[in-house]
Design a protein around this ligand. Structure first.
Ligand code: GLA
Length: 411
C-alpha cells in the first residue's frame, strides 16, 4: 500500500520538489512579466505625455457673422491635445466659449456668452471681451495729464466705464493665427487719437495663447504717440458648473489683504482697507454665498461684490491672484497676473433678462468676473500705481488662467 502510494506520482517527493521549483519559477516569471509590462506602460505614458507637450495646438478659423457695417467677424477655435477648446472672435476679442475638465475628465463650457454675433452686437454686458482703453471706472469721465484736461465718454451713472460707449469690446480687431507647440491668436487694434475722448494714437496687441497644459495666457501690449492712460483686461464671466445657475456655491480665494472701498457710484474713495473681519476677506478659500447677504455698506453699493482687491504682489513677475473652485464639478481655475489688482464682480447686474448660449437663462449672479487690472480711477488718484503711458514706453501686461480639478494640488 505504502509502496503503491510511494510510487504514485502524487506522492513522489522528487516530483513534488520539481513542482515547487516550477511554481517558484513561474512566480518569478509572472513578477518579471508584470514589472516589464508596468515599465513599458510607464514609458508609453512618458512618450505620449511628451507627444502631448510637443504637439501643436490646433487653431481653426470660421466665419462668425457680419457686423452692421458689413464687415465680417471671424471665429477662431483653439483646441489643445487634452481637449480644452477656446473660441475667440475678433469682434471685441471676445472669448465666446471655453471648455475645461471636471473631476471625471468631462470638458464643458465655463464661460457665459451668446451663440451668435448679432446678440453680442445688440446687448453684451462685456461677456468675454477685451476691455480698454481703460478698464473699470474713471470718475465723471475726467482726468488731466501733463497739464491738459480730458473729457471721456460718460456711460455709467455719471462716470466713464470700460473704455466708453464704443470700447475695445465693440471694435473689430485684426487677427493673425500663430500656430506652434502653443497656439496663439494675435489681435491688433489701432485706437485713434481722440477715440472716446482719450489722447494719443494707441497701437494695441492682445495675444491669446492656449497651452497643452490647460492654460490660457493673455498678453497685452500697447504703444502710444502721446501721453495717455491704459488699463486693459478681459471680462469673461465664469461659471464652473454645466447648468449655469448662480455662482454662490463656488469657492474663491484672493491673494489680497486689502481692498478698495468705493462710493455709491463705485469710484474708490482712495483708502486701502484691510479685508480681515469683513465680508471682503477671501484670504482663504471661501464660499462666495457665505458673506454676500451680509448687511454691509460696501456690499450694498455694489449690489454684491463689485470691488477691486489689491494683490499681495510677490517678487516674481507674476502674482498668484485668485483660485476659483466649484466642489460638485471639481473644476478649479487659478489666475496669475503681472497686474497689481483684481476686480471681483459677482454678476450682480445679471437679472434673468439675458438668454445665453444653448437657450440658457442667465439669472442673478449666474456668472462672475475676475478682471486683472490697475486700480479704478487711477488717473485721478495720484497715490495709486500709475496708468500713464508715454511715447517710447511699452505697456505690457500678462494674465494666465490655469484650469485643473480639485484632486490636483491647489495652493
Ligand atoms: C464691471 C463693473 C460692474 C459692471 C460690469 C458689467 O465688472 O465693475 O459694475 O458694470 O462690469 O456689467
Amino acid at each position: 500500500m505504502f509502496a503503491r502510494l510511494y510510487h504514485n506520482k502524487l506522492y513522489d517527493p522528487m516530483q513534488l520538489n520539481v513542482k515547487k521549483i516550477n511554481f517558484h519559477l513561474s512566480k518569478l516569471l509572472f513578477i518579471f512579466l508584470i514589472s516589464f509590462l508596468l515599465q513599458s506602460c510607464k514609458n508609453e505614458m512618458k512618450k505620449s505625455d511628451m507627444a502631448n507637450i510637443a504637439a501643436p495646438v490646433k487653431i481653426e478659423k470660421s466665419i462668425f457673422g457680419v457686423l452692421p457695417d458689413q464687415q465680417q467677424a471671424d471665429l477662431f477655435t483653439m483646441t489643445n491635445k487634452k481637449g480644452m477648446q477656446v473660441k475667440i472672435t475678433n469682434y471685441g476679442g471676445i472669448i465666446t466659449s471655453w471648455t475645461a475638465p471636471d473631476k471625471n475628465g468631462l470638458y464643458e463650457d465655463i464661460v457665459l456668452g451668446y451663440d451668435s454675433l448679432d446678440h453680442y452686437v445688440k446687448n453684451n454686458p462685456y461677456f468675454g471681451a477685451i476691455i480698454g482703453r481703460y478698464g473699470n471706472r474713471i470718475a465723471k469721465g475726467k482726468f488731466s495729464l501733463d497739464g491738459k484736461n480730458y473729457s471721456l465718454a460718460v456711460n455709467n451713472i455719471g462716470n466713464h466705464l470700460h473704455g466708453g460707449i464704443v470700447g475695445f469690446d465693440k471694435v473689430l480687431w485684426t487677427a493673425q493665427i500663430m500656430e506652434g507647440e502653443e497656439g496663439s491668436l494675435k489681435l491688433t487694434y489701432l485706437s485713434k487719437d481722440g477715440e472716446e475722448g482719450y489722447p494719443g494714437n494707441l497701437q494695441v496687441t492682445v495675444i491669446y495663447t492656449l497651452t497643452n497644459d490647460n492654460e490660457l495666457k493673455i498678453d497685452y501690449e500697447a504703444e502710444t504717440d502721446q501721453a495717455t492712460v491704459v488699463n486693459l483686461t478681459n471680462h469673461s464671466y465664469f461659471n464652473l458648473t454645466a447648468n449655469k445657475t448662480d455662482i454662490l456655491g463656488h469657492e474663491l480665494k484672493l491673494h489680497a489683504d486689502k481692498f478698495l472701498p468705493v462710493d455709491k457710484t463705485l469710484i474708490p474713495t482712495g483708502e486701502l482697507l484691510d479685508v480681515k473681519g469683513t465680508p471682503f476677506d477671501f484670504s482663504g478659500q471661501k464660499l462666495i454665498g457665505k458673506d454676500i447677504p451680509a448687511e454691509d455698506e460696501q456690499l450694498a453699493f455694489g449690489g454684491g461684490y463689485d470691488h477691486c482687491w489689491v494683490l499681495n504682489t510677490s517678487t516674481d513677475s507674476l502674482t498668484h491672484a485668485a483660485t476659483l473652485s466649484e466642489p460638485i464639478s471639481g473644476r478649479v481655475l487659478e489666475i496669475y497676473t503681472s497686474e497689481p489688482a483684481i476686480q471681483f464682480y459677482s454678476g450682480n447686474f445679471l437679472d434673468g433678462s439675458i438668454i445665453g448660449k444653448n437657450k440658457v437663462v442667465y439669472g442673478h449672479r449666474s456668472g462672475l468676473c475676475l478682471e486683472t487690472q490697475h486700480y479704478p480711477d487711477s488717473p485721478n488718484q495720484k497715490a495709486f500705481p500709475s496708468v500713464t503711458l508715454k511715447p517710447g514706453e511699452k505697456y505690457k501686461s500678462r494674465t494666465i488662467h490655469k484650469c485643473s480639478v480639485l484632486t490636483d494640488k491647489v495652493e
